[in-house]
Design a binder for this molecule. Structure first.
Ligand code: PEP
Ligand code: MN
Length: 449
C-alpha cells in the first residue's frame, strides 16, 4: 500500500518535530545568519557527492570498503594546519593498510569539516551542584563550564561554515597537491607512533608499497598517475542543525536535483531518526549518501519503514546503516536485522560503529572506551555478516591523529589512571593515531575474506 507523502522542499522539515535543536535566544538573529549562509557558496559540489555515491554502491556488493572516521565533535580551536594534517595522515595510513591487506578500494570519509553540532542525552549538565545547559558542539555554544559559554549563539553557525571551508581548503590541497601521494606513504608516520610496534608494522608495509612503485617505474609503467599521486577524502557530519543544513542545500544546475552541499555524506543520529521527525523528513529529499545510526533497541519494522522512506528507489549507495550495538548486544541483535534487510532485498552499505555503545565511565570519572571491546564488536560484526551471507561494507571510528589518552588498552595498554595524561576531547573519547593504526591492522585480513 502506498502511503500519502507530503511534498518535499528544503524547508518542509519545519512542519515536523525536530529534536535536539538548540534553544537559540533570539530567533531574528537565527534567521539572519541562515539567510546569509544561504547566499554563500556551497562547500562541496553535486558531482563529488555523486562520485561518493557510486563508490558506496560498490561497497554494497563488497567491491569497495568504507572507512569513516574523525572527531566525535570538532572544535574551532583545533582548526589548525597540524591538527588537520595529523588526522588526515592517520586516515590515509589506515586506508593504505586496509587497501593493501584487504585487496579492495577503500572509500575515505572524514568526520571532518563540519562535525560541529552534537545531540546530548540531557539538556543540562550538573557539576558540583551547578546546573548549566549542555554543550552542544562549537556551532551552538562553547564547552567551558560557565553560564556565558553555554548560551547558544547562532553566529557560531556562520563560524562553523567558515571553519569547514578552511578545513576543506587544506584537505583539498593535501589530497590533490602531493601530500597524499602513495610515493610519500613512508613519510606519513606520526612521531609518537614511529618507534612503536604499530609504527614498525606500518613501516614494513610502506616499504613494500614503495618497492612496488619503484618496480613499476623500472619496467616503464608511470607511477605518476593520478591514482598514485592523488587521493580523495570525502567529508561527513551528523545532519543535526536542520536550519544550517537547509541553508547549504542547493539545486544542482546540471540535474535539477537537490543536494545538501555542507558535506558529501550526512548521517542521522540514533537520537533523531524518528520516522515522523524533521531529520528524516529533511534528509529524504536531498540526494546525498545518507548514513543512519542504529542502536541496540531498534524496532525492525521502524528500520524497514525508514529505509523505504529515505530510499524508495532502493538506489545502491544511498543508504549506509551504521550499527552501533555494543559488544554485549551485537551477537543477539545484529542477525535479525541483517536477515530481514536481506529478505527485503534492500541495497545497504553495512558499516560498524564499534565506539558508541561501548562507552563507560572509568573510576577516574573519564568517559572512555576499551580497545578490546571496540575490536570485539568489529570482529563480531564481520563474523555475523559472514554467517548471514550479507556484506560487511565499512567501519566508523571516533579517532584523531593526536597522541591523546582517551580510550584504554591498545598496544601501549593505556590504563584508567593514565586517561588524565592527555584527555582532550570535548565530547566522546577517540582512538589515538597508534590505536587507530592498530585497529586497521587487526581488521585488514577480515576485509579480504
Ligand atoms: C556520534 O556519532 O557522535 C553520535 C552521537 O552517535 P549516535 O547517534 O550513534 O549516538
Ligand atoms: Mn560521538
Amino acid at each position: 500500500m502506498t502511503q500519502l507523502i507530503n511534498e518535499w522542499t528544503k524547508s518542509s522539515w519545519r512542519e515536523f518535530q525536530a529534536l535536539q535543536q538548540p534553544n537559540w535566544p533570539d530567533e531574528k538573529e537565527v534567521k539572519k545568519v541562515l539567510h546569509d549562509l544561504s547566499n554563500l557558496p556551497p562547500l562541496v559540489f553535486a558531482g563529488e557527492i555523486r562520485a561518493l555515491k557510486q563508490q558506496l554502491a560498490k561497497a554494497v556488493k563488497g567491491d569497495a570498503f568504507l572507512l569513516q572516521g574523525g572527531d566525535c565533535s570538532e572544535n574551532f580551536s583545533k582548526v589548525t594546519a597540524p591538527t588537520i594534517r595529523e588526522t588526515l595522515k592517520v586516515l590515509l595510513q589506515m586506508a593504505v593498510v586496509l587497501t593493501y591487506a584487504g585487496g579492495k578500494p577503500v572509500i575515505k570519509v572524514g568526520r571532518i569539516a563540519g562535525q560541529f553540532a552534537k545531540p546530548r542525552s540531557a539538556d543540562t549538565e550538573v557539576v558540583n551542584g551547578v546546573e548549566l545547559p549542555s554543550y552542544r558542539g562549537d556551532m551552538v555554544n562553547q564547552p567551558e563550564f560557565t553560564q556565558e559559554a553555554r548560551i547558544p549563539d547562532p553566529n557560531n553557525m556562520m563560524k562553523g561554515y567558515n571553519m569547514a571551508a578552511c578545513t576543506l581548503n587544506l584537505l583539498r590541497a593535501f589530497t590533490r597537491g602531493g601530500f597524499g601521494s602513495l610515493q610519500r606513504v613512508q613519510a606519513w608516520t606520526h612521531e609518537f607512533v614511529a618507534a612503536s610496534p604499530m609504527g614498525r608494522s606500518y613501516e614494513r608495509l610502506a616499504k613494500q608499497i614503495t618497492q612496488a612503485l619503484n618496480f613499476m617505474e623500472t619496467i616503464g609503467i608511470s607511477a605518476d598517475s593520478p591514482q598514485v599521486i592523488q587521493t580523495q577524502l570525502f567529508t561527513s557530519h551528523e545532519a543535526l542543525l536542520l536550519g544550517y543544513e537547509e541553508a547549504l542545500t542547493r539545486m544542482d544546475s546540471t540535474t535539477g536535483g537537490w543536494y545538501d552541499c555542507s558535506a558529501h555524506m550526512l548521517w542521522i543520529g540514533e537520537r533523531t531518526r524518528q520516522l515522523d521527525g524533521a531529520h528524516v523528513e529533511f534528509l529524504r529529499g536531498v540526494l546525498n549518501p545518507i548514513g543512519v545510526k542504529i542502536g541496540p533497541t531498534y524496532d525492525l519494522d521502524n528500520v524497514k519503514a525508514m529505509v523505504e522512506k529515505l530510499n524508495p528507489e532502493n538506489e545502491a549507495g544511498r543508504i549506509t546503516l551504521i550499527t552501533r550495538l555494543g559488544l554485549k548486544n551485537v551477537e543477539k541483535v545484529l542477525p535479525p536485522l541483517l536477515r530481514e534487510m536481506k529478505r527485503e532485498g534492500f541495497n545497504i552499505v553495512w558499516s560498524c560503529d564499534p565506539m558508541h555503545a561501548n562507552t563507560y565511565t572509568a573510576e577516574t570519572g573519564h568517559k572512555t572506551r576499551n580497545f578490546n571491546d571496540i575490536l570485539s564488536e568489529i570482529t563480531c560484526f564481520f563474523e555475523t555478516h559472514w554467517s548471514e551471507g550479507t556484506i560487511p561494507g565499512g567501519v566508523h571510528f571516533e579517532m584523531t591523529g593526536e597522541n591523546v589518552t582517551e580510550c584504554t588498552g591498545g598496544a601501549r595498554n593505556i590504563i584508567d589512571q593514565e586517561l588524565a595524561n592527555n584527555y582532550l576531547t570535548t565530547c566522546d573519547p577517540r582512538l589515538n593515531a597508534e590505536q587507530s593504526l592498530e585497529v586497521a591492522f587487526q581488521i585488514a585480513d577480515m576485509i579480504r575474506s
